[in-house]
Structure formats: C-alpha cells, structure tokens
Design a protein around this ligand. Structure first.
Ligand SMILES: Nc1nc2c(ncn2[C@@H]2O[C@H](COP(=O)(O)OP(=O)(O)OP(=O)(O)O)[C@@H](O)[C@H]2O)c(=O)[nH]1
Ligand SMILES: [Mg+2]
Length: 332
C-alpha cells in the first residue's frame, strides 16, 4: 500500500534533512509524524520516524554523541552534512585550522607552531544559502601522513590545498603533497570533467589552491611562483586579515563545483530562500523534483518558474533546463 504523503510532507522532510540543530530537528520530526496519514501504507515510515525521534531525544539529553565539530569522529570518513564536503589539506602551519575557524562555528586549535592539529574536525559554512561542510585535517609532511587521510580525501567533493605564502618552503611543501597524492593514487584535478568524459569519483579529486597568508609583506613573490608553477589549478589568494579574500574563497569554492541553486515556492506562498535545491549546472525541472522526492517527480505535471530571462510564472516541462537563482513552483 503506497504511503501517499502530501507534498508539504516532502518539503518539510527536506528541511529536516538539512537542519543541523538537533532541537530544531526534533521539532520537525515530531511535526512530520503528525502530518503522516495513519494507515497501513505509512506503518513503516511512522516507525522509522519514531526511531529518529527517540535518537534525537537521546542526543539532546547527551545520552549519545552527535556528529559535529565538538565530538569525536570516525576518521576514515566523516559523515557528510550539507550539500558538499570540502577537505582542507596542506603543510604544517599553513593556516588550515584558521580557515575552518573563520568560516564555521567549529573551534579548532590554532597555534604559531607546526603539528597543532591532531585529528580531523568538521564544521559547517553557509554561502549563498547553501550549506557546505569543511573538514580541517592534520598536516601532510615528510614527518606525518595519517593513514586515514586517503579515505577522507577520497570521500570529499572538493580538496582545498592550503599553501603558506609566508615561508620559503612553500614550493617544496606543495611539491611534496602533490607527490604524496600521486603515490596514494589520488589524482588532483583542476576542474570537473564534462558529462561524457571518463571520471573516477573516488580517485579524481577536484582541487582548488588557497594561496594563504597573502595579505602579508613578502607574499607577493611567492604568490607569483605559485600561480606560474601550479597554473593548471584554480587559485584563490586568502588571508584571515582580509575580509574580501575570504569572500573570494567562498565564491571560488562555489564556482569550482559547477552547481546551481533553485528556490522552491508552494502555490499561493512566497518563495523559500534559505534551503535551495542544489543541482549540477544543466540540471532540469525533473531533477529538481527528484531532489525533493522521487514520488514527487512521478506526479509532476509541469512547473512554473521565476528568474532571470523568464517571464514571471513561466510554464516549464520536465526537461526544461534551470539556471542559478530560479524559483520553482511544482504542479501535480
Ligand atoms: N599572517 C597570517 N597568519 C596566519 C593566517 N592564517 C593563519 N595564520 C597564523 O598561522 C599560524 C598557523 O595557523 P593554523 O591555522 O594553526 O595552521 P594549520 O595549517 O592548521 O597548522 P597545523 O595544524 O599545524 O597543520 C597561526 O599562528 C595563525 O595565527 C593569515 O592569513 N595571515
Ligand atoms: Mg591545524
């Protein structure tokens, strides 16, 4: 017997999945349970939701550890949260933890000596309403390469290689890391391949270089070297002392992933801007509906769209290609 859940259920379910605060998550889970029609077809979904509610209650009361910046984590992979997972790697003292600290609520140890970070630490960064998970890691050097780094890098969606413009060792340190990646059969790639190109998601890792501590004297000549030598990668100059560079960092990450955001709107309601559907560039109405829920996609008749280059409420069918910032209203 099908569950036949109402569209509002799927919308709230998406918000529930994206929510990081456990108290708010619990409130949503209870609301979802209330919205569920009570019949045989929803028995299983009801039972699952009740389990989630009891787990959340335990987490809130401190009975069970949650995934998050302050708790210990399993290091081979860190449970993905948000839309994309970004791993910060680099030589000792380059500023990885400082970047995590700038962009998230995580509180990593930061010190002016090397090997401060001993364990990976995640934190959430929101940019243009999209939640990204950043992971700070222990340094990579001749002295240290934690074995779990292979797994962590392979599961991430993007690698940010943090180069330290304040040291003469910069080139040598980056060369060492690039060689280490080769040795581990991790292929750092400068851009995502086209749909028809061969691509191994596990070993081909999209990479952006953060040329860090770029605000300081002396950094200019090293920035030039970095740009010349590693010009195949996108490079963004960053410094914790320069707000603009931190905005550029977020924008560079967003751009490298070739994603678009589509905002949803219920019929007769205003659009919701804080929880967009994220699709690859070229994504269409059908993919947006699937992202909401596969049942939703099956029932879809057409969508109405608002956005640049469109007339308000323009009717669109399943294969209509969407643009970043479009607002979509599904009709079933
Ligand atoms: N001048 C300057 N110093 C910075 C910047 N970012 C970080 N630092 C300093 O660089 C030092 C190292 O920073 P961390 O963030 O601990 O570096 P890390 O890469 O996490 O170091 P490990 O954990 O040892 O690998 C600290 O003294 C920071 O204050 C920056 O943009 N400019
Ligand atoms: Mg650190």
């Amino acid at each position: 017997m099908p569950a036949n859940l109402p569209p509002q259920y799927y919308e709230l379910e998406r918000e529930f999945k994206a929510e990081l605060d456990n108290v708010e998550k619990l409130r949503m889970a209870q609301e979802l349970l209330r919205m569920m029609p009570k019949h045989k077809g929803t028995d299983k979904v009801q039972a699952e939701m009740k389990t989630k509610i009891s787990k959340l209650k335990k987490l809130i009361s401190g009975g069970e550890k949650s995934h998050g910046a302050k708790t210990s984590v399993s290091f081979d992979s860190i449970q993905k949260e948000g839309e994309k997972q970004i791993i910060l790697i680099g030589p000792p003292n380059s500023g990885k933890s400082s970047l995590l600290d700038c962009f998230t609520h995580a509180k990593p140890l930061i010190a002016d000596y090397p090997y401060t970070t001993r364990e990976p630490m995640p934190g959430m960064m929101t940019f243009k309403h999209v939640p990204f998970q950043l992971i700070d890691t222990p340094p990579i050097s001749e002295e240290l390469y934690e074995s779990y780094m292979n797994g962590l890098i392979r599961t991430a969606d993007l690698v940010v290689l943090v180069a330290d413009l304040s040291t003469d060792n910069m080139e040598k340190d980056i060369d060492f890391i690039l060689n280490k990646m080769e040795e581990k059969r991790i292929n750092l790639i400068p851009s995502l391949p086209h749909e028809d190109e061969e691509y191994n998601k596990n070993s081909d890792k999209l990479t952006v270089i953060s040329a860090h501590k770029s605000y300081e004297d002396e950094s200019g000549k090293r920035l030039k070297i970095l740009k010349e030598k590693f010009n195949r990668f996108s490079l963004v100059a960053t410094s914790i002392l320069d707000e603009d560079s931190l905005e550029n960092f977020k924008q560079a990450i967003f751009d490298s992933m070739k994603i678009i955001r589509v905002f949803t709107k219920r019929i007769g309601h205003a659009p919701v801007f804080d929880n967009p559907i994220v699709l690859p560039v070229g994504g269409n109405v059908q993919q947006a509906a699937i992202a909401l829920h596969k049942d939703f996609a099956q029932k879809l008749k057409f969508a109405k769209l608002w956005g640049e280059g469109k007339h308000d409420g323009q009717k669109a069918m399943a294969d209509f290609v969407l643009c970043d910032g479009d607002i979509i209203e599904f009709h079933m």
